[in-house]
Design a protein around this ligand. Sequence first.
Ligand code: PBG
Length: 327
Amino acid sequence: MTGPAPRIRPRRLRRNPAVRELTRETDLAPRHLVLPAFVREGIDDPVPIGSMPGVVQHTIGSLRRAAAEAAEAGVSGIMLFGVPAVRDGRGSGADDPRGILNVATEAVVAEVGDALVVQTDLCLDEFTDHGHCGVLTADGAVDNDATLDRYVAMALAQARAGSHLLGLSGMMDGQVTVVRDALDAEGFIDTLLLGYAAKYASSFYGPFREAVDSQLQGDRLTYQLDPGNRREGVREAAIDEAEGADVVMVKPAMAFLDVLREVRDTVAVPVWAYQVSGEYAMIEAAAGNGWIDRRAAILESLLSIRRAGADAVLTYWAVEAARWRRG
Ligand code: PBG
């Protein structure tokens, strides 16, 4: 050896599995995971989603079984997305008690009770024939305040269907305030609100658009955030917390880990992250080609999201990852 032996040896903390276990900073447990799931109206069998191998559009029956399986695996929640058979300009299916998402919510709550936090996407894009998250003005712009009225109607329908937590993913200004006030006025004081505070206009939603059969032409840049903006994401999270959101979300996850960390350091409420369809598709595609170790890459991606500050993660791998982490 040339020179003095090192006196400071960080490798001591890595010397064997027991020391590494004892000093690990971040953990990933089944309770940190929420499963997003799609349910489609008018199908007799589940329909595979080509760009998301292993993920399907469920029937009500297969969704019930998937929810029971998730609870069995120790996953904490399920986030439901509806794919209606018919769409219109105002997204009428969203607040119809017989609409697919509301019917599916009742079925899942009947199946699992409180064993999962049953969550519903509160946004109009799956239900509108133009694919935007709100209603449009005569000249085609997304009308913020008219959309708020639709979100209130949708929120009440979801709460009546038994949803435990409403995921406000539409990025309209004031959405948390109006929905909280409407729920409280109707006595739904225990229904939780998740504000998708920092939701970026992302290319990583690509496969989701297939999953919900999206009708969108154009983009969502007048309401979702510009991927270059960190401070604006933190500001949105602070606003949602001030409006009374019980939880705030950063989405997507892996391309926005810096935003996630800063939001976690800024607000006091739980912060969740959504590992979106494109993140899922990338890892599945690379693993499918034999280019990366699938299981290791999935677990590393989830651990990274936890390390960046997510208290919980929405991921299409929730059930599989929960089983791995249970050993
Ligand atoms: C909007 C919504 C989207 C996703 C979840 N909620 C799509 C969008 O904003 O275009 C994307 C989720 C994913 O990509 O996995 N209702």
